[in-house]
Design a protein around this ligand. Structure first.
Ligand SMILES: Nc1ncnc2c1ncn2[C@@H]1O[C@H](COP(=O)(O)OP(=O)(O)OP(=O)(O)O)[C@@H](O)[C@H]1O
Ligand SMILES: [Mg+2]
Length: 346
């Protein structure tokens, strides 16, 4: 992959106007009358420039509050209404992002690590976070997504990846301190590559003149998913309500399984022992009723008539585990799109 950082944005017209403006202000040899005209022209030009700049920024995404500002209500509403069965993750994410975004001078960038079974909403929540901060959401040029198997597939090229990734992060945070970096499939990422982003996550005032303190890093992985499933299953078997599960019930087994898992990209990196991850966010496996909710949400998104029977049918057709109890959806809410097509298209 060729990672190339985006640098300062400008426009040739703006530059030309600036040149005209500065050459027009050399007034030492001019008569008083000409000076008055020059000053008038300069004022008009300044006004024009300001207007031009505002119009430019209005249409063109840039690193300014018009395009980047946190909407807490939007995030809260999205988490409450669109994310199903994730009361623990939902609470942590809202608190973490809200706390960070309302702090004018954070001491380090925000680092969230999202863990859980497949199809439980990790990418979905990253998208909600992006949408609550950036007007352009995931399409923003300040949101950067890396997928290990796609962007860093060959271990042999690790050194090239390292330097490209570091340049990319540095270049983009230099352009906009409020940059969001999402690392998907973190469990498949080479430990050396994780190590190379470590300095950016730490408590440094500046690194080579660049401050990373307002950036956000989100790591997504399936590691720890099995231990989360085990806890959820224990609750279910004990006849306890899922809503009783608290972070403390998951935290220890989650960090142990993430750290001790040899397959995990976190393995042997000092991300965890240096406390660079601010929040570990566990995603619970989804049950039948959540899958039904996902299907209903998908129907709504497609402007279809809401049909509970079809939703039940789609949910019933998915595979559940463990084999005997059939409690959790093996693919979470993934693949619902295509299943719904099957039931709604002739
Ligand atoms: N908890 C949830 N609530 C509502 N919708 C969900 C939930 N989980 C998943 N979905 C739906 O399923 C889709 C796929 O989920 P998503 O990509 O977020 O899963 P994931 O946790 O990242 O899975 P993987 O580990 O396989 O990458 C989402 O776009 C969303 O539409
Ligand atoms: Mg995902």
């Amino acid at each position: 992959m060729n990672l190339r950082a985006r640098h300062g944005r400008g426009s040739p017209l703006l530059l030309l106007l600036l040149v005209l403006f500065t050459s027009g202000t050399r007034t030492e040899a001019l008569e008083p009358i000409s000076t008055t005209i020059a000053v008038g022209m300069a004022a008009a030009l300044t006004g024009f420039l300001a207007t031009y700049q505002n119009i430019f920024y209005y249409f063109h995404e840039c690193c300014r509050p018009e395009w980047i500002s946190f909407n807490k209500t939007a995030l809260k509403t999205d988490l409450e209404q669109k994310l199903f069965g994730q009361h623990v993750a939902s609470r942590i994410v809202l608190k973490a992002v809200n706390g960070f975004m309302s702090n004018e001078s954070p001491k380090k960038p925000l680092v969230l690590s999202l863990h859980g079974w497949t199809g439980t909403g990790k990418n979905f929540v990253s998208q909600m976070i992006a949408e609550s901060i950036f007007k352009e959401g995931m399409d923003s040029s300040f949101v950067h997504v890396f997928t290990s198997t796609l962007h860093f597939p060959h271990p042999i090229q690790i050194d090239t990846y390292k330097s490209e990734l570091q340049q990319w992060i540095k270049g983009n945070v230099s352009s906009c301190e409020r940059s969001l970096f999402i690392f998907d499939e973190m469990d498949k990422m080479h430990p050396g590559l994780i190590d190379c982003i470590k300095p950016y996550l730490d408590y440094y005032d500046k690194l080579d003149g660049v401050s990373y303190r307002k950036a956000i890093f989100i790591f997504l992985s399936n590691s720890g998913g099995e231990s989360i499933v085990q806890t959820a299953l224990d609750f279910w078997r004990a006849g306890r309500d899922r809503s009783e599960i608290q972070l403390k019930d998951l935290e220890t087994s989650l960090s142990l399984s993430v750290f001790n898992n040899k397959e995990s990209g976190f393995f042997r990196t000092s991300l965890i022992d240096r406390n660079l991850v601010d929040f570990f966010v566990p995603f619970l496996p989804l049950e039948f009723k959540h899958v039904v909710q996902c299907v209903m949400a998908e129907m709504k998104a497609r402007n279809l008539d809401l049909d509970q029977d079809v939703a039940d049918q789609v949910a019933k057709d998915l595979v559940y585990f463990p084999k005997v109890d059939r409690v959790f959806s093996a693919k979470g809410c993934k693949t619902i799109d295509s299943k719904l097509d099957y039931y709604t298209k002739d």
